[in-house]
Write a protein that binds this ligand. Structure first.
Ligand code: WQD
Length: 318
């Protein structure tokens, strides 16, 4: 089953004005501990619903219980490799799940949303750094195509119904953990992203990192990405919510990235320098669907959101 996150900034009917946060998550592995840690870190009570966006009646039930002002829509499964093996699972979960969500939102007069999109919508970029005006849709992997289709659907929605006010945040490569170390990326199943893999090798749980491709047209031949700390990503979402409350513009895509590219070998070197642990790695064949370089021009996102990333690559390795 799919993993669904539905986070809302709300004013619950019961609370009469006390802003609350409702998290709705369908999870197939007990993640209650991480939710408990979020409550301890924030000092806020989270109301938690286990829900799958594919269960539209359940989603409607949640919206009927609370007065919801904004939705931050994280609901997606995002393993690029897996998306190529099980395309229908990705179209169903990511696209149909979003259709269900926006239908219920409309039913309950909720038209403000921050959508978790992805730099994958740009495909193999025609120019670098990538601005929001770069063409989208020329995507080789199913995960990225689902994000592209959802963006196009949301744009159509805002043209048909002017009350919608939506920001699509195009994440580049989120990495890192909360400074407390109590919440972070701890993939429980097979995972493909570089940073968690490095961590597993450093912990001795994996023998070495395979570097997918050493012959790309990049300075050292390995893939270059724009890594952004997860804490900056989180503050970017808070800034997007506040932006929605300030102005009605219907639809706005914004890049969330630092605008600085790091290659695989550079990231490995940073990790070893910051942590003092060596990470065994071997050169391997390119991974299908990878593009050589994905680096954004993050200036519009920073300007529009009055948001400044604060964490650097060393923080991402700690
Ligand atoms: C990064 C680089 C690989 C693993 C991400 C995610 C997601 C999305 C952005 C939001 C590439 C190389 C990787 C490994 C390697 N953001 N690599 N060995 O592919 O950019 O995808 O895109 O949706 O965060 O989908 O991230 O971490 O898998 O790869 O050499 O074991 O590391 O070739 O150059 P990617 P990644």
């Amino acid at each position: 089953m799919s993993r669904q996150n539905l986070r809302t900034g709300t004013e619950s009917k019961e609370d009469h004005g006390a802003h609350g946060n409702w998290l709705s998550k369908h999870t197939d592995s007990g993640e209650a501990p991480s939710l408990k840690r979020v409550e301890e870190i924030t000092g806020k009570k989270l109301t938690f619903y286990q829900c799958d966006l594919l269960d539209i009646n359940r989603v409607d039930e949640i919206f009927s219980k609370h007065h919801i002002d904004y939705v931050i829509h994280f609901a997606a499964i995002k393993a690029v490799g897996e998306s190529m093996q099980f395309p229908l699972k990705y179209y169903k979960n990511n696209v149909i799940g979003t259709i269900n969500l926006v239908e219920v939102m409309k039913e309950h007069n909720v038209y403000q949303m921050v959508f978790s999109s992805s730099c994958c919508v740009y495909g193999d970029p025609e120019h670098l750094p990538i601005t929001e005006d770069h063409p989208t849709g020329n995507v080789t992997n199913v995960y990225g195509r689902t994000k592209y289709l959802i963006e196009e659907m949301l744009k159509d929605l805002t043209h048909a119904e002017p009350r919608w006010n939506i920001i699509s945040l195009r994440y580049f490569n989120p990495v890192g953990a909360h400074p407390s170390g109590r919440i972070g990326e701890d993939p429980t199943k097979n995972f493909s992203n570089l940073m968690p893999y490095i961590a597993q090798v450093a912990l001795g749980n994996k023998p070495h990192v395979e570097v997918f491709g050493g012959d790309y047209n990049t300075p050292d031949g390995t893939g270059v990405r724009d890594y952004i700390h997860i804490m900056d990503l989180a503050s970017g979402h808070v800034a997007a919510l506040s932006r929605l409350s300030q102005e009605h513009f219907r639809y706005k895509p914004l890049n969330l990235g630092l605008g600085r590219g790091l290659s695989v070998l550079e990231l490995l070197a940073h990790w070893e320098r910051v942590t003092g642990t060596r990470v065994a790695h071997r050169m391997a064949a390119r991974r299908y669907g990878d593009v050589p370089t994905l680096v954004c021009d993050g200036s519009r996102g920073q300007r529009e959101l009055s948001w400044t990333p604060r964490y650097d690559i060393d923080d991402m390795c700690e």
